[in-house]
Structure formats: C-alpha cells, structure tokens
Design a protein around this ligand. Sequence first.
Ligand SMILES: Cc1cc2nc3c(=O)[nH]c(=O)nc-3n(C[C@H](O)[C@H](O)[C@H](O)COP(=O)(O)OP(=O)(O)OC[C@H]3O[C@@H](n4cnc5c(N)ncnc54)[C@H](O)[C@@H]3O)c2cc1C
Length: 222
Amino acid sequence: MFCRDCGGPQGQEGHPGGKEKGAVIRSGAAGSGVDHWESCCTNPCSRVTPKEIAEAYIREQDYYSNGIGHYIECREGYDQLLDMESFGGKIRDTEGEFRGAEFRDAETGLMFAYDYKNKFTLRVWGTTFKPALYRELKRLKVKLVERTEATALLTVETGGKKRGIGAIGMNVRTGRLYVFPAKSTILTMSRPARVWLFNPGPGGALRVSAAPEHWQRARHGL
Ligand SMILES: Cc1cc2nc3c(=O)[nH]c(=O)nc-3n(C[C@H](O)[C@H](O)[C@H](O)COP(=O)(O)OP(=O)(O)OC[C@H]3O[C@@H](n4cnc5c(N)ncnc54)[C@H](O)[C@@H]3O)c2cc1C
C-alpha cells in the first residue's frame, strides 16, 4: 500500500510514504526475483512496435482487455527497465557470460526470451531488482513503514460523495495499530492469490469494503 502525503522525512509536508506488511527489500511476488521483462517494444533490438504488441494482447484476450493499459505497458516497458538499471538492477550480460548465445545481442549485451526474432521480451537478473528499488527509495528518503499490514481504508462522505482520507495499519509483530491520514491513497497490494503469486493479502477486501463501485470499475479494467 502506498499513501501520499502521509508525512515524510523530517516532518516534511506532501512527501509520499509506503506501508508494507513485509520487508520492502524482498517483499511481494518479485521479491524472489523474476527472469524476464515483457513488453520492451522500444528496446534498440526490437522488431515490433508498441501498437503491434498492444493489439496482439487485445486479440489474445478476445478483446476483453484494457487496450490503453496494454499500450502504455508496451510503450514504456523498456523505459521502466532502464530506470531499474539506473537504480542498480542488472539487465544486460556485461561480463559476456552468455557470449555467442543465440538470444544475446553482442552490441548491447541485452538478452531475449521466447521470441528471438522480434526481441521484445528481455531476460534479466531479477533477483537484483527489489534490493535496487529499496536502495532507491532510501536514497529518495521515502518514508517506509515496514511489517505493517493495512487492515482498513478510512473514508468520509461529503456532499453525498465518498472520499478516501487514509488507512489503518497493524504492525504484524507487535499488533500495534496505526492511523495513517492521507490526502490520497494508492493500493498496490496485488490481488488475492496463493498458488503462484505470493500474496494472501486482503487488498481486494479493503477495496470492496471501502468503495464497491471502484472495485467494479477496477475489475473491468476501466
Ligand atoms: C516465482 C515467480 C516468478 C515470476 N517471474 C516473473 C517474470 O519472470 N516476469 C514477470 O513479468 N512476472 C513474473 N512473476 C510475476 C510478477 O512477479 C508479479 O506479477 C508482480 O511482481 C506483481 O506485482 P504487484 O506489485 O502487483 O504485486 P506484489 O509484488 O505482490 O506486491 C504487493 C505487495 O503488497 C504487500 N501487501 C499485500 N497486502 C498488504 C496489506 N494489507 N498491507 C500492506 N502491504 C500489503 C505484499 O507484501 C507485497 O509486497 C513471477 C512471480 C513469481 C512468484
């Protein structure tokens, strides 16, 4: 969960902060490390455009899909990966460990998965990513409240409209409850899952209880 304006370092106003029920350095489904990064249509070796792959995703899902979301993913996927590299994540074979491999580009050291002709999915050293993100959060002095599980969203009704004003969180080790006032709150708690993604968290339930109409919109990708 990510709360904006909930009180940053040195009490600065308007500084974003993050709540995480685990330890940010290895939390979440990506904590164990991913092996490929999809939708890098703008990398220098790609032979496809963001539009082509966004349309392919939409067709693959029988048009029940969020085309705008897919286009953004395809247009910005590689930019996000370069951000990750700038934070210290490893995205290319700098040591030549895979020199000569069919899926390796000699000039850039980038390596590809699945489709060696069109080259829009990159093989990466995903175990380096969460620690790199964590270091970047620290460098930016983002206030982190770790091992604290969001248990409810706070809302207020004014003029017939419901508005989020923060959340309640519980430290999973001490059981202590905290109130986090926030001008805006972004939920990034993934979805309830157990078998593949590591997240039995209550993110979906929080959304349903605080704003069922928003949950319906999110389900339909709007
Ligand atoms: C083994 C494995 C390999 C994978 N390999 C790849 C791959 O190669 N390429 C790829 O694209 N994808 C891969 N994936 C999928 C990818 O990792 C996930 O889709 C992605 O990380 C999901 O990101 P997310 O931010 O939505 O959720 P998450 O990374 O799960 O983040 C949600 C965070 O919210 C926290 N949280 C949940 N509930 C609460 C709460 N109530 N209060 C506070 N915090 C809470 C969780 O602890 C977690 O840190 C893989 C997944 C796994 C498990």
